[in-house]
Every structure is written in structure tokens, then in C-alpha cells.
Design a binder for this molecule. Structure first.
Ligand SMILES: O=C(O)C(=O)Cc1ccccc1
Length: 352
């Protein structure tokens, strides 16, 4: 990103705050969302007692309509009612308070790797991963009708979208300020509501449709195979099965003893269980508040946390034995979920 210096940082913060205010205050003076009858994003302050709702599955996501997380929710549950939320925290709480049935959370990207903040959220809450979705992400550069690339002084989007398009933007001659906001579609909405004619958003072509914007450039991600992996969260785990490919996600802190990580990995290797992800995260300086089964939290210090995804169901004896063995070499171990793998082919998926 090209932002540097206090002035630009302040500008960026102002922008983020304005975008937030526009959302919090509703759409009183702004025609677009009201006309389109879009749902207002939930915020934490909305959480009064949960109303009853019908049988449609309600899926909470962070962002506004047109966000990639909304597309992920609809890929996982085509008949669902997506529920926009201002923050991830609000999406988690929506499920915990029965306002929604599922939350959708982006956890890793083919270019940038794991989204650690979102993994932290998984530990701070007691929701279970019940599914995953891999979504090819096709970014567009959106501006108000009549605005050309030469008019642009600024490009705004979710930090991941900005990072994923950095080289292409430069190649398009757009060496203008980049500014981060909470979600891609929120960036488009902000520009449309304020009729900003010097600012473009990186967002989906669905966001262009919803907010009445023009697509100045299509497919601007640096990596043509740009894929984001989302997980679906629920209050209760699903019953693991062995009649279809399952994945299990765990997080653990290893014992201090020499060789304990090797022993952890061998527990999987000896049982021929394939790992699809292993990642360590230094945690030394920051205590982590972990919520247990009774939803009571306590702060704990760990040197490192390790995240592993492996290709087996918790109904599979091999996985059960591997985890039983792991307990000997770990000071903390949590199964985040055991869920069906997304095996849909990525090639040929329609662009978002
Ligand atoms: O901002 C969005 O639309 C999201 O859903 C988060 C995101 C941002 C960039 C790539 C994938 C997901």
C-alpha cells in the first residue's frame, strides 16, 4: 500500500469512520440502499432478545450486500437468507444469540495465507466449524458512471483485496492512494452514497450492480487463481461421517519438551492422514482469552499456537487415535470442527 505518514493515516481513519457512520446511521439521507430495500447490517448494539424466525437458514456475514462473504454464504447454503453484519464479532454474536443459524468467516487466501485475526475469533468464541467453501475471487475496479481512470485519486477496499490487486493497479497506471475499509462491497456503497468521483472501489461485479457503479476494469487480481477459503460456523458441531470426504481443523499448543512437534506430526503420518494445512503463530507476547465448553473464558499464555487441517473425519478411528496421542504432547488442544470438504472444482466457476 502506498499510504505513509500521519496525514494519510488520519485520512484513512477518517474514511473508515465515515464509512462506519454512514452504516450506523442508516440510510436516511441516502437514496441507494433504501430504494433497493437492502438489509441494514447488524451491529453489536442491535442484540436485544433474539426474535423467532421461520425455517429459512439465516447466515451472518461481515460486510454489506455484494461482499464476497455473502457469495460464500450463498454457495454453501443456496436457499439461505444472508444477514449482513458490521463486524465479525457481530456475526459471531448473531449466531450465539440465535439471531442467525450460521456465520461465515474467511480464513485463508491462496495469495496471502491465513487470516490470523479470524482464527483468533474462533478461539475467543465457542462456535464450531460445520462446513467450508472455496471461492474463486474475481475483483473489479468500480467507479461512478462517467468517471474514468484518469479522474481517480484514490482506490478503497478491504485490505486483502487491495493486496491482491496491487501490481495490476500499478500496471493500469493507478499509482494513487490506497485506503483500507471493512469490506469490498462497503467500499462501493460508500462511493455510491457520497457520489465520490475521484475514488474507485475494488469489489465484485455484483457490488457494481447493487450500487449502480461502472466496471472500469474486470479481473484485476494479480493471481488468476485467486481463491479464498471460508468456513461456516454453528452453535453445535455436526455429526461427523465417513461416507464422504471430511476435513478436521484443530488448534494446539505443544508441550515445551524437545521433539514434541515432530511427535505431533508423526501421529498423523503413521496413520496415513494427509495434512492440508499446518501453520504456527507466535503467541508469546499476547495472552489469549479462550472460551471453554461452559462458555467461561480464561486468559492463557502460549509460546506458539499451531493450526492443522487434516483430511479425515472425527468419526474415523485413525483421527480419534491420532488426537488421543496428540494429547500427550500438547498443553492445549481444541477441535475447531470436523466437516465435509468442499470438493467442487474451482475451474469454470462463474466469476463473482
Ligand atoms: O470484503 C469482502 O467482500 C469479504 O468478504 C472479505 C474478502 C475480501 C477480499 C477477498 C476475499 C474476501
Amino acid at each position: 500500500m502506498e499510504n505513509s505518514g500521519d496525514g494519510q493515516q488520519q485520512q484513512q481513519q477518517d474514511l473508515a469512520e465515515r464509512a462506519y457512520l454512514v452504516q450506523v446511521n442508516g440510510y436516511d439521507s441516502l437514496a441507494t440502499p433504501k430504494d433497493l430495500n437492502l438489509p441494514r447490517p447488524l451491529s453489536i448494539s442491535d442484540f436485544a432478545p433474539a426474535p423467532m424466525h421461520g425455517s429459512t437458514l439465516r447466515v451472518a456475514y461481515q460486510g454489506v450486500p455484494g461482499a464476497y462473504s455473502e457469495a460464500a454464504a450463498c454457495k454453501a447454503y443456496p436457499e439461505c437468507e444472508p444477514v449482513p453484519c458490521e463486524q465479525f464479532e457481530a456475526a459471531f454474536q448473531a449466531v450465539e444469540l440465535w439471531l442467525a443459524d450460521r456465520a461465515v468467516l474467511p480464513v485463508e487466501n491462496s495469495l496471502g495465507g491465513s487470516i490470523h485475526r479470524n482464527y483468533d475469533l474462533l478461539l475467543r468464541h465457542r462456535l464450531h466449524i460445520v462446513g467450508e467453501v472455496q471461492l474463486p475471487v474475481h475483483h473489479c475496479l468500480l467507479a461512478m458512471p462517467g468517471v474514468s481512470k484518469a479522474d481517480l485519486r484514490r482506490v478503497i477496499s478491504h485490505p486483502q483485496a487491495l493486496a491482491q490487486c496491487e501490481h495490476t493497479l500499478t500496471r493500469l497506471g493507478l499509482s494513487v492512494a490506497r485506503e483500507a475499509v471493512d469490506d469490498t462491497a462497503g467500499a462501493a456503497q460508500f462511493i455510491a452514497e457520497n457520489n465520490l468521483r475521484d475514488t474507485a472501489a475494488i469489489a465484485s461485479n455484483r457490488a457494481a450492480e447493487i450500487y449502480g457503479m461502472n466496471i472500469l476494469a474486470n479481473g484485476i487480481q494479480d493471481d488468476a487463481g485467486n481463491v479464498t477459503r471460508f468456513v461456516m460456523l454453528a452453535r453445535e458441531p455436526i455429526i461427523p461421517r465417513v461416507d464422504r470426504p471430511f476435513k478436521t481443523s484443530i488448534v494446539f499448543a505443544k508441550e515445551e519438551a524437545t521433539g514434541s512437534l515432530f511427535k505431533v506430526l508423526s501421529a498423523f503420518a503413521f496413520r496415513d492422514i494427509n495434512l492440508t494445512k499446518i501453520e504456527s503463530r507466535p503467541q508469546r507476547k499476547k495472552p489469549l482469552r479462550i472460551v471453554d465448553d461452559n462458555n467461561s473464558g480464561k486468559s492463557q499464555y502460549f509460546e506458539y499456537l499451531f493450526y492443522i487441517d487434516f483430511e479425515a473425519s472425527m468419526a474415523d478411528k485413525r483421527a480419534q487415535n491420532a488426537l488421543a496421542e496428540l494429547q500427550e504432547f500438547t498443553s492445549f488442544l481444541r477441535v475447531l470442527g470436523s466437516y465435509p470438504m468442499d470438493v467442487t472444482p474451482l475451474v469454470g466457476s462463474p466469476p463473482l
